[in-house]
Design a protein around this ligand. Structure first.
Ligand code: MG
Length: 380
């Protein structure tokens, strides 16, 4: 029987590319969930014939129900609908690709069903890393990274038997659209400028995070939890070409890197097929024409979001949830033209200094920290 996959966030960038991989690799989509994209969800439901299509937005779901009336697809709505998709017994694999903290509960629901979870929602680990991994252990769920850097680290660590031999993890960072600019040069940047990423095509939220380098900071915290490494043993290197997706440095100074064309379909596919490798739709890397590869240090002064995230990584506890909650609200304010680019970091910094950090938090502590950070940023 072919692998059956449920997708949380099927209409977003990762969700759409996941469906391409699923189609190319002969897998099936058991159920699909998204927030509110009615038209695209209708197309996906007609093409992939899932048992359930759920939209979190009630109005959008009502519209979808009318549009899909001539099919056998069951249309569900709200968080309950998304949770049904997360736990559908018919799927052995879940792709967790919802954006932001909103992905935490559905991802946990898939984990509690013991599914193979292909994790693209980094906020889940940033906010609740230890808790999520503990639940995965308890319920026998395997988590495989979809984020390209974490997939690279996963591949570079595959032959490693003793984590004590690892000197550090090195995450590569494209530098985003504002690489090379100093702080003064960033004051007037517009939403349009920030959405122009040099190498990767992604959703709006993550593209802004890539422009502030917050995305890399979130990825450091994600890597810390996924690979049980202290923040001090994780470095960031600016690598403009996005050809090396990350590296592991071992205690003998050997460095193992994973290379590939910047194409998310490869890490998505590897999370789906591991430990097997199969031919798929991702583009090959043309080494003869990809040009020289460059490396440099990130500019923490021009991009203070990265420094704030590194600090939150060292603090631990609910600091990740506070950082993320504040950032989500600040980025949405920036996208709506209500906040300047440089003010994003200022808001996150204030939340980190004013919301109390709880160590070894429960899920309630995490949700409260997230809420407190959101309210603080919303009300400044
Ligand atoms: Mg990434």
């Amino acid at each position: 029987m072919s692998q059956r996959v449920t997708i949380l966030g099927s209409t977003g960038s990762i969700g759409r590319q996941s469906l391409e991989v699923i189609a190319a690799c002969g897998m099936e989509a058991a159920a699909l969930a998204a927030n509110s994209s009615v038209k695209l969800m209708e197309e996906q439901a007609r093409r992939f014939k899932p048992a359930i299509a759920a939209l979190a937005d009630e109005k959008a779901a009502a519209d979808l129900r009318v549009r899909l009336a001539d099919t056998n697809v069951q249309v569900l709505s709200g968080l309950e609908g998304v949770l049904e998709v997360a736990v559908i017994p018919d799927a052995d694999t879940a792709i967790a690709a919802l954006v932001g903290m909103a992905g935490l509960r559905p991802t946990l629901a898939s984990i509690r069903e013991g599914k193979r979870v292909c994790l693209a929602n980094k906020e889940t680990l940033v906010c609740a890393g230890p808790l999520v991994l503990e639940e995965a252990k308890d319920y026998g769920a395997k988590i495989y990274p979809v984020d390209s850097e974490h997939s690279a680290l996963f591949q570079c660590l595959e032959a490693n038997r003793d984590r004590g031999e690892v000197k550090r993890l090195i995450l590569t960072c494209s530098g985003g659209p504002f690489y090379g600019r100093k702080r003064e040069g960033l004051a007037g940047v517009t939403v349009e400028d920030a959405l122009r990423h040099p190498n990767w095509s992604m959703g709006a939220k993550i593209t802004v995070d890539s422009a502030t380098l917050m995305n890399k900071g979130l990825e450091v915290i994600e890597a810390m939890h996924l690979y049980h490494m202290p923040a001090e043993k994780i470095s960031v290197v600016v690598h403009r070409e996005s050809i090396i997706h990350s590296l592991v440095e071992y205690c003998d100074n050997a460095m193992i890197a994973q290379l590939g064309a910047p194409d998310m379909r490869l890490p998505i596919q590897y999370a789906l097929t591991y430990p097997k490798r199969v031919p798929g739709p991702s583009s090959p890397l043309d080494l003869w024409n990809c040009g020289p590869l460059t490396f440099g240090a990130p500019d923490l002064e021009a991009f203070p979001c990265l420094a704030l995230a590194l600090e939150a990584a060292k603090t631990g506890g609910t600091a990740g949830a506070i950082l993320n909650g504040a950032n989500e609200v600040a980025v949405s304010q920036f996208l709506r033209g209500k906040l300047g680019f440089l003010e994003i970091a200022g808001k996150v910094e204030r939340a980190l200094s004013q919301v109390k950090v709880v160590q070894e938090p429960s899920l309630t502590d995490i949700l409260e920290a997230d809420q407190a950070a959101r309210e603080l940023v919303g009300s400044i």
